[in-house]
Write a protein that binds this ligand. Sequence first.
Ligand code: OOB
Length: 577
Amino acid sequence: MTAPEQAPTREQVSSRERASTQERTSLQEPAFTPYPTEFAARYRAAGYWRGETFGRMLRERAAAHGERVAIVDPAGEGRRWTYAELDRRADRMAAGLLARGIGRGDRVVVQLPNVAEFFEVVFALFRIGALPVFALPAHRATEIGHFCSFTGAAGYVVAAVDNGFDYRELASRVQAESPALRLVLVAGDDPGEHLRLSDVPCDGPGPAEEPEPGSVAFLQLSGGSTGVPKLIPRTHDDYIYSLRGSVDLCALDEDSVYLCALPAAHNFPLSSPGSLGTLYAGGRVVLCPRPNPETAFPLIEREGVTITGLVPPLALLWLDAAERDAGSPGAGDLDSLEVLLVGGAKFSAEAARRVRPVLGCTLQQVFGMAEGLVNYTRLDDPEELITTTQGRPISPDDEVRVVDDQDRDLPDGATGHLLTRGPYTIRGYWNAPGHNANSFTADGFYRTGDLVRRTPTGHLVVEGRAKDQINRGGEKVAAEEIENHLLAHPAVHDAAVVSMPDPYLGERTCAYVVLRTDHREQPPKSIELKRFVRQRGLAEYKVPDRVEFVDAFPATGIGKVSKKDLRAAIAAALPTH
Ligand code: OOB
């Protein structure tokens, strides 16, 4: 692929945009479930939705304090982009993407590690009104192929190589099977057969019109409990409101320095308050290439990091490292750290109590979901609430119901299903009418699949999960998705994937397998089944940690597989610790 000889004229760009707007109208409208008019009016009247867009947000920050550093990327030559520079880069990238045919409403799968280009690309897409689809670095051909085909993605942005994995090869493989995928862009010097991302920016015309604040800004991924991950459409209005609320509750301002240690595209490090919240507040985002203490601690000291977010297993690792290194020279001074957010999976009260004494900062528990609702413990909550609850909702208009199996409301203190509706919680997955009927009530409450109890203070305590999902230290594994892959193996008659307790990750996956009768004489080894799943091109964290062979599954009263019994069986078989 070569660069066009001349940047297109504004007329050419806008006619292309018109074409893709029409396409979007027919393609997207049934795909997106809008907020009902009366709710949208209420959220606007309350001042939650202020008509802001991401493109303008960056423009305004650049105008207000252009010379302040927005992004620090310690990889490579150690780049530091000011707000003015990020703004200019997003403009030039937007012009370049438009010139290469990416228009309003187009979907672009973005799969980048924690590098500065992530923000350059994402803000460019926001300005165009094209939708980033936020893939994670761990995703492989099966997931990426699904995102591309399901969304009809026109573009895919990857790193060349990261963490020993060659994304250029993955892109070639996916492109061969995705007819709509016109443009693969590679961040890094050697793009292989694709186009170098740094060759895209140009000084051509930008987008003719700004996207509407109420339009979909991007697609997030659902942790999911079904065969394939579902996509979550978030609007500028609703997401920016959740950012503003998070910025307030986490007390971010221009002097805040946020360390982005988790994969940047995940909803937690993106918006709770995350890198986008930090940019909203005019603070500084420091990108952490790896979340281990050896990488993170020196960066915290060097950059004066004030706040970061971790999943529980990493928080435990940091606590252990800080305790071990206390007082030893070169261990990294964590004095600047004021707030540690922990979320994505349940953080035990025992671990939570260690945060203040060991790290010298305030713990803020976060219980959130890419579909919307985010709960935080407040910075000035009593220590008991901070360590034993997962917080309370951001917004006074977050409606939270705790219900029994028949959707009847339960009193405070009783454990039940969490249903929620509010100014930043979606009303439907993208293009998934079948799933939406199951995942939302008739009056628009999202069925989170979480089992919670509410304290008299309005804080939520996560007690478990009703959805068929394994939470592997914050990484979500949908049981059905893995069962489908196992069922494709010629020796497998039936498969049931359940969680097993794990002291470090909280949960790991155990696949129970019933073999076909003709394979029972010479059964495959566990490792063969794991390899089989891996070779189908799945993220490594989805490969079952353990495989158990049984002759038949235990059944419930009405004859369904009793996963409860399977979970109990594997828990009993594990050594106690
Ligand atoms: C975050 O988002 P997702 O979409 O990857 O996963 C959401 C699910 C929740 O429904 C719940 O099952 C679990 O993750 N979860 C927690 C939790 N935080 C999330 N379970 C227990 N305790 C917690 N603190 O994981 C996410 C999104 C935004 C902010 C934080 C986490």
